[in-house]
Design a protein. Structure first.
Length: 141
């Protein structure tokens, strides 16, 4: 599961700047300049720790996979980069084993799974769909 402290350790170890920046169109964005990354977080749009965790997981997915795009990229390219980052989050932090553990503990509804993972519901739902629809996993309820 995801820990904010590990995110900041990852950024420090990989020389990734984490920069607060107000007024962005979304909660977070990752930029690359050559081989250097910067993760920008808009704390005026991040209202809970859970939302911060989801944003940081996703942006780390962009840096880990290199899945970035130009601002002027066509929709298909943007969606491909977003999909790669989301897939990385599922494989790293919202794993099939984590879902099995949650289901075994009795957490089956989306809101319960979000509580279990301490992650935003849309992130948990995307990971669950990845495991069930893309990877063919079946979780016992």
């Amino acid at each position: 599961m995801f820990e904010l402290s590990r995110f900041y350790d990852y950024c420090k170890e990989n020389d990734i700047l984490v920069i607060p920046f107000d007024g962005m169109p979304s909660e977070g964005a990752t930029l690359r300049d050559g081989s250097h990354y910067g993760i920008f977080l808009d704390f005026t749009k991040i209202h809970t720790t859970r939302q911060l965790r989801g944003t940081c997981m996703h942006e780390q997915g962009h840096t880990a996979t290199g899945a970035l795009h130009k601002v002027s990229s066509p929709f298909e390219t943007v969606e491909r980069a977003e999909h790669r980052a989301n897939r990385w989050v599922a494989e790293k932090y919202l794993t099939a084993e984590d879902f099995r553990e949650a289901f075994a503990a009795g957490y089956t509804d989306l809101w319960e799974l979000a509580e279990w993972f301490d992650a935003p519901e849309p992130d948990v739902q995307r990971a669950f769909r990845y495991w069930t629809e893309n990877r063919g996993m079946v979780f016992d309820c």
